[in-house]
Design a protein around this ligand. Structure first.
Ligand SMILES: [Ca+2]
Ligand SMILES: [Ca+2]
Ligand SMILES: [Ca+2]
Length: 291
């Protein structure tokens, strides 16, 4: 064992101690053992331009196996053509103001959006090539979140070479509304959301730079797919290390793959919420731990 590893070992020990001492950390969270990401504090400047060379020193999490595929809504890993068809590596860093996320998506056929641009609810950003980010800023574990909530999110970042788009949350509370269902090609239906909820597209591209997001994002096409690089505020999150009276942030990420440029998604990678309605219920998010 190299002595150069001792600082890392000491850090892991401190994090384990912090987890044991923090009541919130013992609440329900992802059922998947891999869904904890330790985000280091930013040590260098990050330019939001889609060029990820400013992230080289940050350790990423790679999703390139069948176990990361969402099963539901007619999707699974059965059409997967291997890592060059779809795989991804994400990285997260932070400072007192912002969370920063970098994603390198490997996708053999990168399409311009169509679903995001269509009116109506039959197709949407969920059908286009892009990245979804879920945040439970304050680690609330709340089971439902809605449009207008500044602290609990389902963002969709939709790839485009010329006019990339951002959406934030898709559901509104409506007393008495029947549970929205997803119709499978074989006629069967499965839950798409909870009872008393109705769907709405909530595009925030033009206001993403404003509060509460204070965001910036950029896509860049690569030889094997595309990059997404972004930063934003997380209101309600404690932007300090877990071992220094911080708190974990609920986090999940999904990668959407449409290889036809039309119709429903071919497949989706999902870090934690690959079952049922897990992406709607913050208690099934993974953990983002700042250190
Ligand atoms: Ca950059
Ligand atoms: Ca693909
Ligand atoms: Ca694609």
């Amino acid at each position: 064992m190299s002595t150069r590893r001792w600082p890392q070992i000491a850090m892991v020990f401190l994090l384990v101690c912090a987890c044991l001492m923090t009541p919130e950390a013992s609440l329900a969270s992802s059922p998947y053992s891999w869904a904890t990401y330790y985000a280091p504090k930013r040590t260098t400047a990050i330019t939001i331009d889609g060029d990820l060379s400013d992230w080289e020193s940050v350790r990423g999490f790679k999703m390139d196996q069948e176990k990361f595929f969402f099963v539901g809504q007619g999707m699974s890993s059965k059409s997967w053509g291997g890592p060059r068809d779809l795989s991804a590596t994400f990285k997260v860093v932070w400072d007192e103001q912002y969370i920063y996320v970098a994603v390198h998506v490997v996708d053999d056929k990168v399409n311009e959006p169509f679903g995001s641009l269509a009116s109506g609810m039959d197709t949407g950003s969920w059908d286009d090539d892009g990245v979804e980010l879920m945040f439970d800023n304050d680690g609330s574990n709340m089971s439902h979140y809605y449009i207008g909530d500044p602290m609990h999110h389902e963002f969709h970042f939709v790839y485009s070479a010329n006019h990339p788009l951002v959406f934030d949350n898709f559901w509104k509370y409506q007393e008495g509304a029947p549970q929205p269902m997803f119709a499978l090609p074989n006629g069967e239906k499965e839950p798409l959301a909870f009872a008393n909820e109705v769907m709405a597209k909530h595009e925030i591209t033009r206001v993403f730079a404003n509060p509460p997001y204070n965001g910036a994002f950029a896509f860049r096409r690569t030889a094997d797919g595309y990059n997404l690089e972004l930063r934003m505020s997380l209101p309600g999150a404690l932007m300090k290390p877990l071992h220094d009276s911080g708190r974990f942030i609920g986090f999940d990420i999904a990668i959407n793959d449409n290889d036809e440029g039309k119709g429903p998604l071919k497949q989706q990678l999902h870090w934690s919420g690959m079952n049922d309605l897990y992406w709607r219920d913050c208690s099934f998010f993974g953990k983002l731990i700042l250190y």
